[in-house]
Write a protein that binds this ligand. Structure first.
Ligand SMILES: Cc1ncc(COP(=O)(O)O)c(C=O)c1O
Length: 473
């Protein structure tokens, strides 16, 4: 593709994207394709001869667009509603063009140093101290895996060289989190060879927060039976209900017991930008590490996860490894980002964080976050005021969990209510107007509305609520 064609197609593409972002209502939020439909619509083999941009775009529109679920739609309320904001999209475009691969400082001094700067900006906006060094990973799952790898290394210094298998000098290890913690903790333990049996899921209280008293008991019981406690993962903004674990009390226990404290603030962390909500991060300054996902609630196109660590030296000791071909000869000390994790190659993700923080500015970001929290409170109020709906969890941030429970049918069994609520979610999604997801709270099906898209306004939340009112049976 010569420069002139690139320019022309680039303009066409930007036009397509601008229209897309302006009129997402053209599409059903949740894709309606059936499994296998996309594969069936595409040829088995790659073309031998080049095809035109126009032909590819025509198939993109005809085959792929129907298979898109529109995460960038203001009525996307499922899971965590996220946004690829326009500054972030432009940054991704630029990042692809530059094709920076920041494994070593010298393979991209700009990407390496911008990562330091933009992560420090974000950390300060959340009110967290300079003792944390940051690194960008793709996802919070990978960040938590790295945190637990460092925790394992801190507890068993020879784990890196000798592994854990078949060793009589290393007791079984244990990691603790609440029964609400994200499944990425389980996956990290699978990947790290600790195994799922090493995870203690501590019961949470009536507000879905980890119970420190039970945590302390579990640690004591493990020590008594010869097991070595290694780390605790506390959550600020849990996946189902966005509950906030009591991090200060957990930090007390970790300090007393000498355990690594990792805080999973993947969704909730950015609430620290708001003076009104900064207290939700109390105690995080005492964590060994924490993760926050700009790709969740900071309007950053997927993916970008910010990992912060007070003991990055341990993480580097765990993973740094320099084959001859990657040795460099700078005279001043440099940061080689390949040393802070498993992956060697890494994308220039910092560019989008930097552009978003600059082009919105902290004040506008705070206004968006505040609006989402206010909208969630409004929705919670409508639910609380309605005789046929019941709220199932507190709303500390911008996610509301509730269910249909008709006052006139008190004899409906718990299973019948579960089935009816699942049906209600499915029927709401089938309208194409909104996309909601569900969860289970205390074993029962809950409808879950997550408000977080940068363009979501009152009318969008009202539309979701009206659809549920119309479709309840
Ligand atoms: C609390 C929490 N932690 C971690 C994750 C995993 O995030 P990622 O997709 O970045 O791995 C999620 C995902 O929703 C989450 O809710």
């Amino acid at each position: 593709m010569d420069a002139e064609s690139f320019r022309r197609h680039g303009h066409e593409l930007v036009d397509w994207i601008a229209d897309y972002l302006e009129h997402p209502e053209r599409y059903p939020v949740l894709s309606r394709v059936t499994p296998g439909q996309i594969v069936a619509a595409l040829p088995n083999d790659a073309p031998e001869e080049p095809e035109t941009f126009g032909a590819v775009m025509a198939d993109f529109e005809r085959v792929l667009v129907p298979g898109l679920t529109h995460w960038n739609h203001p009525r996307f309320f499922a899971y965590f509603a996220i946004s690829a904001s326009p500054p972030g999209i432009l940054a991704e475009f630029l990042s692809a063009a530059l094709n920076q691969q920041a494994m070593l400082w010298r393979t991209s001094p700009a990407a390496t140093e911008l990562e330091t700067v933009s992560l420090a900006w974000l950390r300060r906006l959340m009110g967290l101290p300079d003792s944390f060094e940051g690194v960008i990973y793709d996802t919070a799952s990978i960040a938590t895996m790295h945190a637990l790898a460092a925790a394992r290394e801190a507890a068993v210094r020879s784990a890196r060289s000798r592994g854990l298998a078949g060793r009589s000098d290393v007791p079984a290890l244990a990691v603790y989190c609440s029964d609400q913690a994200h499944s990425s903790v389980d996956k990290a333990l699978i990947a790290l060879g600790l195994g799922l049996d090493s995870l203690r899921r501590i019961p949470s209280d009536d507000r879905f927060r980890l119970r420190p008293d039970l945590l302390a008991q579990a640690i004591t019981a493990d020590r008594a039976s010869g097991i070595l406690p290694v780390a605790v993962v506390a959550t600020v903004g849990s996946t189902s209900t966005t509950s906030i674990d009591p991090v200060p009390a957990v930090a007390d226990i970790c300090e007393r017991e000498g355990l690594w404290l990792h805080v999973d603030a993947a969704y909730g962390g950015v609430a620290g930008l708001l003076p009104s909500h900064r207290h939700l991060l109390d105690g995080v300054d005492r964590a060994d590490s924490f993760v926050v996902n700009p790709h969740k609630w900071l309007f950053t196109p997927f993916d970008l996860s910010a990992f912060y660590c007070r003991r990055m030296d341990v993480l580097r000791e765990t993973f740094s490894l320099t084959p001859e071909i990657l040795r460099t000869t700078e005279t001043a000390p440099v940061k080689n980002l390949m040393d802070t994790g498993v992956q060697l190659g890494r994308r220039f993700r910092a560019l989008k964080l930097w552009m978003i923080l600059r082009m919105y500015g902290a004040r506008a970001i705070r206004e968006h976050l505040t609006r989402h929290i206010d909208l969630a409170q409004q929705l919670a109020g409508w639910i609380d005021d309605h005789p046929d709906f019941e709220r199932l969890a507190p709303v500390p941030l911008s996610v509301v969990c509730f269910r249909w429970k008709p006052a006139a049918q008190p004899a409906l069994s718990a299973d019948a209510l579960d089935a009816a609520n699942q049906r209600l979610v499915d029927r709401a999604n089938a309208t194409g107007e909104v996309f909601l997801s569900h969860t289970r709270i205390n074993g029962r099906v809950a409808i879950r509305i997550a408000i977080g898209h940068i363009k979501t306004e009152l009318q969008d939340v009202r539309a979701a609520w009206n659809i549920l009112l119309q479709l309840r049976t």
